[in-house]
Design a protein. Structure first.
Ligand code: PLP
Length: 391
């Protein structure tokens, strides 16, 4: 009954662990979940009020497929503020979340057998979305030595005449690493030399720590015409459930994406679009308030994590995840791989971690600190106790 398309999808390990954690919690067990991919803050009140006002004012009808003029203009203004670059409305498409912007983009640019370079560790949906668009995800494995970032050598090994695009995600989910200007210049040089597009997923752009700054590769010479920026309000404004994201890029690509969306979603929710206008017009103060809290948590939690025998971790520079190497810890506990260790940690230590296998890095685990830091610290105590009891 099922299409080949859906049969080739990889089941999500994240969902499997989350479902098991839910089941254990329902049976009365005190499970600490460190799998969250969303801020634990509520959406700022002024944004919620803007949504109410929009609904009352009759913003309850279809909108243009690629987003309202008001939201496009707010995104253009935000981009001008942040990147010092002006875009036209025809270069912006509002989607039902950044995930939807990405899936529409892959559909708009990929023909069968077109290759897209996906550096691992990667956000779980990139390879699956590329496959769903009949493209071929070419996974490029980065290492801790390059702080999980692509190098010139690795790119040279993976670029072929079929390479259509490369996905960059800085700050990264799951590693928290941020590309420097020099690193982006290298990627830009390669993209121009080989005539490939860069998909720059900047959804964590505002969540940066220890003075690290974000640079969009789109702003480098020769890159505007070959970069598609993906962004949205989900992570910056604690608005994951509102489903508003966007793409900015060359007019032809944005036009094709808008056309595609007009036949699938019609438009992102009108009320959520109005709320997002309020979010962007307010500037960065509410975002900064959340960022400061994340940074305090990172300091506290990172210091504790690296004391645990068997876990080593690069210090993240952005997003809200830690991505420690856990194979040693797994072996110390008598497990051959990190997936099995995560299953044991869940059933015995009652802590839900996301195994790195889903991110293309099976020796690692992802922990989110977008949750009460006291609970995260308690979870780390439990993990340490679990390891100690087995060594
Ligand atoms: N890109 C990355 C790297 C993400 O981590 C996520 C969400 O987890 C998304 C895109 C999707 O964001 P949205 O909720 O706006 O669809």
């Amino acid at each position: 009954m099922l299409s080949k398309r859906v049969q080739q999808l990889t089941p999500s390990t994240t969902l499997a662990i989350t479902a098991k954690a839910k089941e254990l919690r329902a049976s009365g067990q005190d499970i600490i979940g460190l799998g969250a991919g969303e801020p634990d803050f509520n959406t700022p009140e002024f944004i919620i009020q803007a949504a109410f006002a929009a609904a009352e004012a009759g913003d309850t009808k279809y909108t243009p497929s690629g987003g309202t003029v008001a939201l496009k203009d707010a995104i253009i203004e935000k981009t001008r503020r942040d990147l010092w670059v002006s875009y036209d409305r025809s270069e912006v498409m509002v989607a039902s979340g950044a995930k939807h912007a990405l899936s529409t983009l892959f559909q708009a640019i990929l023909d069968p057998e077109d290759e897209v370079i996906v550096p691992a560790p990667y956000w779980v949906s990139y390879p699956e979305q590329i496959k769903l668009s009949d493209g071929v995800p070419v996974v490029l494995e980065t290492t801790e030595a390059s702080r999980f970032k692509v190098t010139r050598e690795l790119l040279e090994q993976h670029i072929t005449p079929k390479t259509k695009a490369i996905v960059l995600n800085s700050p990264s989910n799951p590693t928290g690493m941020v590309y420097t200007k020099e690193e982006l210049e290298m990627v830009a040089e390669m993209a121009i030399q080989h005539d490939i597009l860069v998909i720059s997923d900047e959804i964590y752009e505002k969540l940066l720590y220890n003075g690290v700054t974000h640079l969009s590769i789109s702003t480098l010479p020769g890159m505007r015409e070959r970069t598609i920026i993906i962004n949205g309000v989900s992570k910056s404004h604690a608005m994951t459930g509102w489903r508003i994201g966007y793409a900015i890029g060359p007019k032809a690509i944005i036009g094709a994406m808008t056309n595609l969306a007009s036949h699938s979603t019609s438009n992102p929710t009108s009320i959520a679009q109005a709320a997002s206008v309020a979010a962007y017009e307010e500037g960065d103060a509410p975002v900064e308030a959340m960022r400061v809290v994340f940074e305090e948590r990172l300091e506290q939690i990172y210091e504790r994590l690296i004391q645990i025998p068997g876990l080593t971790c690069l210090k993240p520079e952005g997003a809200f995840y830690l991505f420690p190497h856990a194979l040693e810890a797994a072996k110390m506990c008598g497990y051959a791989n990190v997936d099995d260790w995560c299953t044991a940690v869940l059933s015995e230590a009652k802590v839900a971690l996301i195994p790195g296998s889903g991110f293309g890095a099976p020796e690692y685990v992802r922990l989110s600190y977008a949750t009460d830091p006291k609970r995260v610290l308690e979870a780390l105590d439990r993990i340490e106790g679990f390891i100690a009891a087995r060594t």
